[in-house]
Design a protein around this ligand. Structure first.
Ligand code: NAP
Length: 518
């Protein structure tokens, strides 16, 4: 079993009591009393609080962290040791001492306390805040060498998501109970995957203000958004690869669908910072670790082109549509770790447009369409429109990109400043202009918006962008990026699972996304 422990970091006994109550209500499976957070700490206070926490019927870890290893207050070693002794006596299930401080005297005192309370186990912990440990496996072995019944707890900062793979490997290979977690935003997924990989404990906070380590997720998010209760060794993994990923609706959308369909699957935000090199390392890391269980990835800014390059470079299958668009927003991870590439932005955009206009896609032939932007989304939109013979003009900030794209798809291009004078039947925004938090900007001046036009904004957060508000005021028909989002997600669902979306799934996705955006 992997426990979801909530770290209790109150400075006063009342704060501790309040946090314990909230943790229990939120579904904590274990309580970690971070006694080093208490002001004016005494061994007797610790004894009383451990007793109270035990009264909640949950296992309790008592921790009194040394300041050098991330403790909140600089309490002397003797007091910290006395606090752990008192905690063991009061019924704590685990006491946590730093491996670096487990010297002869501490060892003697804590082993005596543990002998008197055989139900209490010792966690020996090590922390590295700057980055990875010199050698994680050696450290794990060293901890067991000093105390063979100890539970090694190894926590380090993942400066990049790729730093997590080492932790995952150790968790898979370990032969004893162990806690291996990565801190920082790059390490966030290690806190969720600890359950799939059989770590003894993962830690969550009661709320964002009470986090005791960088990258800690709240217990509510763990239990709700990240489906903690459903994760086991067989859980299939999916995720959104990009930078940033925090704003995306994809984790909420896919996880709600998995829940509804009773699928043993989890969708994670996968923050892959950096450029092609880091993306390649991440995809290789997943590909060679088939047992991690990744089965599919959505890809967003800035990795759509590099994701396609990765698959083509490996000589694996890239769907001809993705190759023609020059970008992939969907990767399928097959058994054996083989990664193949697809593009669902194309179908998402075309579905959104034609459904709203109540026409077949071939009816778009001859329409004058102004596409603003020349990035990954614009490529997919332009490919779709070019296929049916629409008259496309690209408006983009960087003219070179517009020229290149216009050359590829045999259409016209103009400078973005000319957007105020555009003459079109349909305007499609494929830039991030107007997206949260910069919601008071629009890519197209009001002067270009007219009655009877169709204005489609691929930006979906907010649902009603300034462009759509101004288009509506001018009497245009408006299409929100939410519709494209839903249709590209349905197409991803088909690729990921190999099955047709179940009846009602489209409306369900719309409900989830709209509710969250509101
Ligand atoms: P991308 O490849 O990074 O392209 C971004 C585009 O936006 C480029 O054309 C860029 O112009 C332009 N741009 C960005 N900031 C600008 C600014 N301040 N002023 C002028 N132009 C600016 O990104 P993408 O993948 O195409 O995504 C673009 C947008 O499409 C996203 O923000 C997202 O909201 C939307 N999208 C929606 C869906 C959906 O399902 N609804 C799916 C995919 C994308 P330069 O070439 O000059 O840099």
């Amino acid at each position: 079993m992997t426990y979801l422990a909530v770290s209790i970091s109150g400075k006063t006994t009342n704060e501790v009591r309040g946090q314990i109550s909230r943790a229990c209500e939120a579904g904590a499976e274990m309580l970690e009393l971070r006694l080093d957070y208490l002001l004016g700490l005494e061994a007797e206070t610790a004894r009383g609080l451990v007793g109270e926490a035990k009264g909640r019927g949950l296992p309790v870890i008592a921790t009194c962290r040394d300041k050098k290893e991330g403790g909140a207050n600089d309490y002397p070693a003797k007091l910290r040791c006395a606090v752990l002794e008192a905690a063991a006596e009061a019924g704590a299930d685990y006491i946590d001492c730093e491996y670096a401080n487990f010297n002869n005297e501490t060892k003697q005192r804590l082993c005596a306390a543990l002998k008197a309370r055989p139900g209490c186990k010792l966690i020996l912990s090590a922390h590295q805040f700057e980055g990875r440990f010199h050698d994680l496996t050696v450290l794990y072995d060293c901890i067991l060498a000093v105390h063979d019944s100890a539970i090694p707890k190894l926590v380090y900062t993942a400066n990049h998501i790729n730093d997590c793979f080492e932790a995952f490997d150790l968790l898979r290979e370990k032969e004893t109970d162990a806690i291996v977690l990565c801190m920082g935003k790059g390490g966030m997924i290690s806190r969720i995957l600890a359950k799939k990989l059989g770590g003894l404990v993962s830690f969550a906070s009661v709320d964002e203000t009470a986090a005791t380590a960088p990258g800690q997720v709240t217990v509510e998010q763990m239990k709700g958004l990240f489906r903690w209760d459903h994760i086991d060794a067989e859980t299939e993994l999916y995720g959104l690869v990009g930078c940033p990923v925090g704003h995306s609706m994809s984790p909420a959308n896919f996880n709600a669908c998995f829940e509804r369909l009773g699928m043993n699957a989890l969708y994670l935000p996968l923050l892959v910072e950096g450029e092609n090199g880091q993306l390649n390392e991440f995809l290789n890391g997943i590909s060679i670790r088939d047992r991690l269980g990744f089965r599919g990835l959505s890809v967003t800014i800035p990795h759509k082109t590099a994701a396609l390059d990765y698959v083509e470079h490996k000589g694996e299958y890239a769907d001809p549509l993705a190759v023609r668009i020059g970008a992939s927003n969907t990767l399928k991870v097959g058994f054996g770790g083989i990664i193949t590439a697809y593009n669902t932005d194309y179908v998402g955009a075309m579905e959104a447009l034609t459904r709203a206009m109540k026409i077949d896609k071939h009816d778009l032939h001859g329409y004058r369409v102004a596409v603003v932007g020349a990035g990954g989304a614009a490529r997919a939109v332009i490919a779709g429109l070019a296929d049916v013979g629409a008259h496309i003009t690209i408006y983009n900030r960087t003219e070179k990109k517009a020229r290149q794209l216009a050359g590829e798809f045999k259409c016209r291009h103009e400078r973005l400043e000319k957007a105020g004078e555009l003459e079109a039947d349909i305007i499609i925004n494929c830039t991030s202009i107007g997206m949260h938090p910069h919601t008071n900007t629009s890519p197209v001046p009001k002067t270009a918006l007219r009655e009877g036009m169709v204005v489609f904004d691929t930006v979906y957060n907010p649902m009603r962008t300034l462009l759509l508000e101004e288009a509506e005021a001018a009497g245009a028909m408006c299409i929100s990026g939410v519709e494209m989002f839903i249709h590209q997600a349905l197409a991803q669902y088909r690729i990921f699972t190999g099955r047709e979306p179940e009846a009602g799934l489209e409306d369900f996705m719309r409900e989830i996304v709209v509710r969250r955006l509101r």
